[in-house]
Design a protein around this ligand. Sequence first.
Ligand SMILES: Cc1cc2nc3c(=O)[nH]c(=O)nc-3n(C[C@H](O)[C@H](O)[C@H](O)COP(=O)(O)OP(=O)(O)OC[C@H]3O[C@@H](n4cnc5c(N)ncnc54)[C@H](O)[C@@H]3O)c2cc1C
Length: 414
Amino acid sequence: MLSKYNFSMDIGIIGAGASGIFAALTAARSGAHVTLFDHNAEIGKKLLVTGSGRCNLTNAALSPEKYSCADQSWMQAFLQAFPLQALLAELDALGIPTHHSDDGWYYPLSDSAHSVVDILRQALLARGVELRLSTQVVDYWQQGRGFVVRFPSGEPARTQSFDRLVVAAGGKAYPALGSRGELFPTLARLGHTVVPLVPALGPLTLSLGAWKALQGLRFDVKTGIWAGDELLGESFGNLIFTAWGMNGPGVMNLSHLAARQPGEKLSLSLDFGAVFGQEWERRLAKDNPTALKAVLEAFFPPKAAEFFLAQARIPPEARMRELSRAQAQQLSSILREARLPITGTKGFGQSQVSAGGVPVGEVDARTCQSRLVPGLYLVGETLDVVGPCGGFNLHFAFGSGCLAGRHLASLSAG
Ligand SMILES: Cc1cc2nc3c(=O)[nH]c(=O)nc-3n(C[C@H](O)[C@H](O)[C@H](O)COP(=O)(O)OP(=O)(O)OC[C@H]3O[C@@H](n4cnc5c(N)ncnc54)[C@H](O)[C@@H]3O)c2cc1C
């Protein structure tokens, strides 16, 4: 067996999610011996549920400012080292062709996360990566110029030594799929900063009051999160009203801002008109002779049109030119400046990613090697990076794994 590969370096990777799989695939290219640990019985368990089973791989609109992290120049260097084309080329070489929606969201041509994970599994095996599944790593430490990993596989617990170690164990989001954050204390012990983890890309709970009437309706809305008069962040996207608050990209993209301010009085602003631009202004002009309800129904479901008018205390048959200045202002403020009190998030269990972890400045943007612990690489959600919905987080996970793997391959070959 060993003669088939020219093993020059022993590399351990903790976590067989998006980032760990890509680190393993690229590191193994030069013939290094790569061992990939995961406490799940299969690789890529979270990948299987991404994009509602379609796996939204990346996005045409990648740019540093789309990501929330401590250092935008780090993110710029990262995206220069691993741009969109780099991921598409890697995927294509693996046999995963892609296509994208009009708004630039990339998916596998198969539209199947299962087919992606299946191809990745076969590629790992073909490159000689040793899969150590159903194996939870409980600790690791430095020894000489390498690392020792401890995993309780029966009694007594076993250890294994590696020349280099990649931590790809994810954050705390969706713990049922394997990532629970239990290895962050080890990173702190090694000297890394660990920013407290909070849920991100999840639903928001709100004090809806009368707005509960919109339950079940979807809107494309410009949203903002406010602490008093201070705007913490803005987004634009689709959202759905529920019995307890809102879900969908329009609020998910901002939810980490709410999670980071527990106890603060926060509110969510909603601008229902932003999406329609000048068309909206034209239709709501003073001289439009059509009844207001009919005008609003051109933009919203009838239930919503009725609700907005009732909130503004305007009879449904009223026309724009019949409104008093106060009524017109009231309608405009409900449609464009509504504010609802935020009560919280739905926690890690319903979040797609977590914010927090190791700040990006503590690893090299082109290799993801720790600046504090030589030979240790931190990738994916272990780092404190959050992108919006649309493939940005998988791009970061694949890319950081790939950059670490490429660096390890270059060391191994040299
Ligand atoms: C429902 C859902 C839908 C999503 N959809 C999208 C999408 O369409 N597009 C997008 O860009 N992003 C999406 N995401 C986010 C994306 O899945 C994550 O950004 C990405 O998976 C992070 O990859 P990772 O490798 O850092 O972590 P993970 O994928 O979480 O992988 C970490 C792995 O490490 C293992 N592990 C953890 N601790 C240990 C340990 N101690 N010992 C052994 N193994 C361990 C875990 O079992 C896990 O397999 C979605 C997330 C969810 C939950």
